[in-house]
Design a protein around this ligand. Structure first.
Ligand SMILES: [Mg+2]
Length: 255
């Protein structure tokens, strides 16, 4: 690529978070970066699109915009309304906290990258395995990885989910999505108007022993890199269902 690569940055912690600032600084050393990020925190909004109200875009300068919506709203508006042409890659993060195992399905950070995949653009989601901490090493690693993906490309419809331990990078592992064993912490109480409420809080997370999974890699202090697909079809079970004959209501021809 002779010209500077064009990089779109988003996140789910909001435009003012430390993670996106560190990521933007480092990516600016390898390409032409535009930030389109949520105006407020959107963690755990997953791949949601706002349909029930209008969205407002606020331009900070010629490289930075906020949207009062989700990461998916940000990428959608960036690609359709804000940017003059598609970027070469979308990088989402750096999230304040891990996105491992089942949590990828809740993650707004991962969804920012997945929305790029919907538009057939490579996407990378980057998370620091701590709520707060020094993002320097994670941001430098994210820039190295982004440069490499720009050089070698990635299959259409695939994103990389990257989780980086705090501190200097000791190495990286190619991993698969692990399985979380969560102890839910749900607080209940009475609001100031006398009505009861439940508030879903932080979880105590353990994981199923599973060599090669994302949890195991970060537990060993390594960066985990898990390729995810926007196509969520379970092809193994689809083939099994087809081979089993009439197993589901209304299914006549399984060939
Ligand atoms: Mg977040």
């Amino acid at each position: 690529m002779s010209r500077q690569p064009r990089i779109l940055v988003t996140n789910d912690d909001g435009y003012f978070s430390d993670g996106i600032a560190a990521l933007t600084r480092e990516l600016a050393t390898i390409g032409d970066v535009v930030v389109v990020a949520p105006a407020t925190e959107q963690s755990a909004t997953a791949h949601s699109l706002t349909l029930t109200r209008p969205l407002r875009v606020r331009q900070i300068d010629d490289r930075r915009y906020t949207v009062d919506g989700t990461p998916t709203d940000c990428v959608t508006l960036a690609l359709t309304k804000i940017l003059p042409e598609y970027p070469d890659i979308v990088v989402s993060g750096i999230n304040h906290g891990a996105n491992l195992g089942d949590d990828v399905t809740y993650s707004g950070t991962v969804a920012g990258a997945l929305e790029a995949a919907v538009f057939k653009i490579p996407g990378i989601a980057v998370s620091l395995v701590a709520r707060d901490g020094d993002f320097t090493h994670a941001a430098k690693y994210a820039a190295r990885l982004t440069a490499q993906v720009l050089r070698q490309g990635m299959p259409t419809g695939t994103v990389l989910n990257v989780n980086v331990p705090v501190g200097e990078i000791r190495g990286a592992c190619l991993t698969h999505q692990g399985v979380k064993i969560a102890e839910l912490r749900i607080q209940d109480g009475i609001d100031p108007r006398g009505k009861s409420y439940y508030w879903i809080g932080e979880q105590i997370v353990r994981w199923k022993e599973d060599p090669g999974c994302d949890f195991e890699a970060v537990a060993r202090g390594m960066v985990s890199i898990t390729p995810l697909r926007i196509d969520m079809t379970d092809y193994g079970y689809l083939a099994k269902l087809r081979s089993m004959g009439e197993t589901l209501p209304g299914v006549e021809d399984n060939a």
